[in-house]
Design a binder for this molecule. Structure first.
Ligand SMILES: NC(=O)c1ccc[n+]([C@@H]2O[C@H](COP(=O)([O-])OP(=O)(O)OC[C@H]3O[C@@H](n4cnc5c(N)ncnc54)[C@H](OP(=O)(O)O)[C@@H]3O)[C@@H](O)[C@H]2O)c1
Length: 260
């Protein structure tokens, strides 16, 4: 079900790949709900779309509504919407970011031994999330992804960019997999080659397709205190450019929040 996310009076749209405008509150179509946004989280995907990296798929047309993680109250529903009513408080994570800190926590909940990489300033924070070993990605061992205890990895969740297969391969267990959240052209070639050669060690490109049941599961874990969300910074919707810059800078720690 599509969402129309808004604060009454203003809606932030891109009107081109170079800027944004405020436009009137939209009317929900028959299968949409109109949401009064309490908070939204800006994602790397949003500014990547703004830069035009996903063209011609996204944006298909202008004006385009960015920011796909939203929480707020439904104020109007389309004629064919059955499961939601005006007054419902909802959260929608349609493309969640700040992914590394969730990946560590979810892996620990799955009883895995977790080796994480991050910048030096975040080592203690990542340990507090439950990581068993933490590497500074700017050190030689960190850049080589070498486990301090000499372990080989069964699974790697790749949330960074620019790490070649040749760095992953020697660190993987016999059937080890790299789940790549940032696959570029060379990752896609590696994926295709490994399929053709029936490789046991594999790179698996992953594009998150959000599902309601997974979101319900994550919200339950949050409510039970089993996972936590770190907020990097909060920005006013009217100053979205500041948030944009922070996200594009690539050095946020956790979520970047926009509030009306
Ligand atoms: N495929 C999908 O469906 C999907 C879904 C969600 C996200 N993603 C992608 O996942 C990526 C991560 O998203 P994000 O929102 O978590 O990014 P982010 O918040 O911008 O990540 C910034 C953090 O990553 C750290 N970092 C940078 N390079 C690193 C490296 N080589 N090793 C370890 N840590 C490193 C930075 O540390 P310092 O500041 O110390 O440098 C900073 O703490 C993005 O490229 C996004 O597009 C894809």
């Amino acid at each position: 079900m599509p969402l129309r996310a808004t604060t009454p009076g203003t809606v932030l749209y891109f009107h081109s790949l170079s800027g944004h405008v405020h436009v009137p509150v939209p009317t929900p179509r028959k299968d949409e709900v109109l949401l009064k946004v309490e908070a939204s989280s800006l994602n790397a995907f949003d500014w990547k779309i703004k830069k035009g990296v996903a063209r011609p798929i996204l944006p298909r047309k202008f004006p385009y509504i960015p920011a796909t993680d939203v929480a707020g109250e439904i104020i109007e529903v389309g004629s064919e919407v059955k499961n939601f009513k005006a007054g419902y408080n909802v959260v929608a994570i349609l493309n969640h970011f700040g992914v590394g800190h969730y990946a560590v926590q979810l892996a620990k909940l799955g009883n895995s031994h977790v080796t994480a990489t991050c910048g030096a300033r975040n080592i203690e924070f990542v340990k507090s999330l439950g990581a068993d070993e933490v590497l500074d990605y700017k050190t030689p061992d960190g850049a080589a992804l070498k486990s301090p205890s000499g372990r080989k990895y069964d699974a790697v969740i790749q949330c960074a960019t620019g790490i070649p297969w040749s760095t992953f391969e020697p660190n993987l267990a016999k059937n080890g997999k790299v789940i790549d959240l940032t696959p570029g052209p060379s990752a896609m070639l590696t994926f295709a080659w490994q399929k053709l050669t029936f490789s046991k060690k594999q790179l698996v490109p992953l594009l998150v397709i959000p599902k309601g049941e997974n979101l319900v599961f994550l919200v339950k874990l949050l409510k039970e205190g089993k996972i936590k969300t770190l907020i990097d910074s909060k920005h006013l919707l009217g100053k979205a450019e500041d948030a944009w810059g922070k996200s594009a800078d690539g050095h946020a720690t956790g979520k970047i929040i926009l509030e009306p």
